[in-house]
Design a protein around this ligand. Sequence first.
Ligand code: ATP
Length: 426
Amino acid sequence: ISERRENAANLLDGLPAGIQKILQTCSLLSEKLDIPVYLVGGMVRDMLLGRENRDIDLVIEGEIKSFLQELADELEAEYQFHERFQTGTLTLSGEYNLDLARARSEFYPSPGARPQVEQAGLLEDLFRRDFTINAMAVELSREKYGLLYDFFGACADLDRKYIRALHRFSFLDDPTRIIRGLKYALELDFHIEEETEKLMDEALKRGDFSRLKLNRVFQELKDLVRSYHNHQRFAALMHRLPAFKLLAYDFEFDRERWESWEDLSESLEYLCSRDYNIKEWGVKLAFLLENMPFAYRDRLSLSEEVADLLDFLAGIDDFIAELERDDDPVSLNENLSRLSPEKLALLYFLAPDQKFRETLEYFVEELAGAGLSIDGNDMLELGLDPGPAVQEVLDQVWAEYLQGGVAGREEQLKLAARLIRERNGG
Ligand code: ATP
């Protein structure tokens, strides 16, 4: 531990006014109640990187409830207090979230074992965090406002763009940190430091994940898939560190899967270029979870969207067979129009051959979004009585349209008139 302090008050002054107001209120309360208060975690990291962050995480060395109450009063906000965990949350009306925790002093077995630094409680709290870059604090107490504490070399890691664990047992203590590490590497475009990667790799190979809460793991995996923007880098990292293994099934991101991943990205790109608004993370997650044992599903608290995509994947071969059987434009249009953009993307990606892909492209480029230039009113004007016949005639014109005929309004009207005459026996 090399304690490093420097003044970051100028960085605090550069934060958005709404955040500054909150921090200054904390500062006044810190003085009033004589309790040290620190800004910690992601906001400190992002402040040093010049990135925006809306989550204010505070650690206080002292009684938390009265601080929380007074802060809520000052900021005219609601608060929630969790007695057991000694944490609290403020519901702010603006766009910021505020979490408060009491510095934990449970790490060192006896007070004598504590390092001889002034902020032992703070140090212990920071030491329990995931990576150096998330383990800095800025003091908010009045007379030391803006003092930055960097006990673990985080500033140097920020300069070198390193994701580095705080100690050798970090991933054995909590394997979900592996997923978090990947997320930060991708999000910040940082490297996973060599020794840290070795520790992650060992934990993935030898760790026992049977006691992990699967829904927590899943939440982190979902955040990972939602937050990255570089497909290739995601694949490369997943190949080296197949973090989906934490769901305790046999997951590898091998060459074959890597190639499929690139195909999937191309499929998504193709559909996005055709103005489909796709929730990409859902499609990617479904792809990555495809081999997961069915019995796990209930334990993951899957959202309905993701569960629905997994069901679709499970039955996709039958669906493809059905589409190949009824491949006339009317059935094709009917079957494909029912699909969400996410399902269409999965179908395009898993197309069994080029012909099937071309059929889907025909749908996307020619059929989807197309419509007749005539409607029910035209049918009435052509002399049809209101009733089911109106839709029936329109359906017949639509079927002809899908076959490539009757492109314009005039032709459609002509065909409708003929069909009506035929109906009337004329
Ligand atoms: P950010 O770091 O940008 O806030 P995030 O929203 O994923 O990212 P949170 O999940 O809100 O972060 O966590 C806030 C802080 O708590 C982190 O900066 C990190 O220091 C700490 N933290 C979160 N999860 C863990 C974990 N599993 N182990 C250790 N520390 C953690």
